[in-house]
Design a protein. Structure first.
Length: 224
């Protein structure tokens, strides 16, 4: 089983992934986890880190197709490992996958027809040409934008932040861009082609507690 959690930067994916790991472990299942992009990976990981630090230019100055190719190559490089895990019967949980590539790159293109072309190109490249494993379930954690803004304004550290080397991620620095990314994610969910929205907002518009969000995720396993 291949499970993917998608979402905006600072959406709480790591918390839900930890809960999923614990859940499957209690069922006696072996669980593997991978975060994309893999900043520690040679060549592509380093290039992606340099891009996100702004070393290669601003969001506007680097063509999204070239950026999409870097992320796609990272997944192609990891696909053998993913297949080995899946063929051994393990549950594989991924933090980001192909829909991140689509949402973050297509959000940079204002022309809808050109954005659609890029979307289809990414799908064809990753699934048809590179033949990366197809997920059993793609979940989009749709969190309130205010929550995302608060999280991204906080000081964040840890191993997953080492790629920044003290700089700020150019994708995280622009909340208007994050809003555009969310719109692409929602469009993909509405297509009904594989991405499932998990509403993480309470009635008053605040963020639901992690436990409540996790219950929603578990319910999706019963209905998909």
């Amino acid at each position: 089983m291949l499970i993917v959690l998608e979402g905006l930067d600072g959406a709480g994916k790591s918390t839900q992934i930890s809960l999923l790991k614990e859940h499957f472990a209690t069922l006696g299942l072996e669980v593997e986890y991978l975060h994309f992009p893999r900043f520690e990976a040679p060549v592509y990981g380093d290039m992606i880190a340099r891009f996100l630090r702004g070393d290669l230019g601003s969001i506007e100055s680097v063509h999204p197709m070239l950026v999409a190719l870097l992320f796609a190559e990272d997944r192609r490089d990891a696909s053998r490992l993913l297949r080995e895990w899946l063929e051994s019967g393990r549950v594989v949980i991924l933090d980001r996958y192909i829909y991140s590539n689509i949402a973050f790159q297509c959000a940079k293109i204002k022309d809808k027809s050109l954005a659609k072309e890029l979307r289809n190109w990414i799908f064809d490249l990753e699934f048809e040409k590179y033949k990366i494993p197809v997920p059993s379930l793609n979940l989009f954690l749709d969190v309130p934008l205010g929550f995302v803004g608060e999280k991204l304004s906080e000081s964040r550290d840890g191993e997953q932040r080492e790629y920044l080397k003290g700089k700020r991620d150019i994708h995280e620095a622009d909340m208007l861009f994050q809003q555009s990314v969310r719109e692409i994610y929602i469009e993909e969910c509405e297509k009904g082609e594989g991405l499932v929205r998990v509403d993480c907002a309470a009635v008053d518009g605040s963020m639901l507690p992690p436990g409540e969000i996790f219950k929603k995720i578990l319910n999706l396993f019963k209905t998909t």
